[in-house]
Write a protein that binds this ligand. Structure first.
Ligand code: F6P
Length: 327
């Protein structure tokens, strides 16, 4: 049995995502509401190991709900994968009496949390914070909506110039090995083709379709490629198309890290606030080692173990819609 949680540490881990600050704010203020102490752990698990931990109060999280990035900073921390690293981290929590953790991050961060909790009897709550939307047990991950909206604004601009020059643009978006940013931003911008890792890319079919469009003088085409697509990224795709369509005027745009920054959208602020609040409620109520998600607009709790392994699925319906609307 875990002891009653009285002091909560909160950290952001892995790649940052817009809305993490809104989430930290919710965790700290809900903890204070319950009369608990709150601590901010700097640079994720690295700060736990290096004892970079700060007291937080209501004022420490003022004026951050609208800011991208994370005031707690973040890092990927290989040392936490080792038992000695985790022991150091535990000692630093213990000396302050921190006996509950909220981890905002992706599946790798939850994996670390699960191991840590098994070893040291510290309850951990995960909150999905990643632009990739690659975690099962939730319809939303903090930052995805902002990243998609950033991509949409960029792709709309690219279409203006593509249209002016009758060009074929290959646009690479982020998502690691998930295709959600590509799928959503591609549909929302009317992209002619969308390549995602969840479906095998048929390059010959894509080239046939572009050749057929060339014949009917439809020269403006946007191909949105997820960075993790099995065929390769934007440059690979462009090279192969150019070999077979030598007359096409092709440009590549790799949107990159602009997708990770910026002020979070209203949706990301809302889900971040809701998840942060419920993470603390979980610790108070003794619902431990779960990831807090939202499914069908209701809170949904997934054991950290399962949040680690599973990935969201892309439905065939979406793929059908892409095909019909982009013809
Ligand atoms: O997981 C978020 C993400 O932005 C991925 O979409 C991308 O593949 C990766 O992180 C980039 O990581 P880094 O910032 O370390 O280059």
């Amino acid at each position: 049995m875990h002891q009653k949680v009285t002091k909560i540490g909160v950290l952001t881990s892995g790649g940052d995502s817009p809305g993490m600050n809104a989430c930290v704010r919710a965790v700290v203020r809900t903890a204070i509401h319950h009369g608990l102490e709150a601590y901010g752990i700097i640079r994720g698990y690295a700060g736990m190991i290096e004892d970079d931990i700060q007291d937080m109060n209501s004022r420490s999280v003022a004026n951050i709900i609208q800011r991208g990035g994370t005031i707690l900073k973040t890092a990927r921390c290989p040392e936490f994968l080792l038992p000695e690293g985790r022991k150091k981290a535990y000692d630093n929590l213990k000396k302050r009496g921190i006996n509950g953790l909220v981890i905002v991050g992706g599946d790798g961060s939850f994996h670390g949390a699960q191991i840590f909790s098994n070893e040291f009897d510290i309850p951990c709550i995960g909150i999905p914070g990643t632009i990739d939307k690659d975690i099962a047990g939730t319809d939303f991950t903090i930052g995805f909506d902002t990243a998609v909206n950033t991509a949409v604004r960029a792709i709309d601009k690219i279409r203006d110039t593509a249209d002016a020059h009758d060009r074929l643009f290959i646009i690479e978006v982020m998502g690691r090995d998930a295709g959600y940013i590509a799928l959503h931003s591609g549909i929302a911008t009317g992209a002619e083709h969308i390549l995602i890792p969840e479906r095998k890319t048929d390059m010959q079919a894509l080239i046939r379709s572009l050749k057929e469009k060339e014949k009917r003088q439809k020269l403006v085409n946007l191909v949105v490629v997820a960075e993790g697509d099995d065929f390769g990224g934007g440059n690979e795709v462009a090279k192969t198309i150019k070999e077979q369509l030598p007359n096409a005027d092709i440009r590549v745009a790799i949107l990159g890290h602009i997708q990770r920054g910026g002020s979070p959208t209203c949706l990301d602020r809302l889900i971040a606030s809701r998840m942060g609040y419920h993470a603390v409620e979980c610790l108070v109520e003794g619902r431990h080692n779960v990831m807090v998600g939202i499914v069908n607009n209701k809170m949904h709790y997934t054991p950290l173990d399962n949040a680690v392994k599973a990935k969201q699925k892309i439905s065939d319906e979406w793929m059908k819609i892409v095909k019909i609307l982009a013809s």
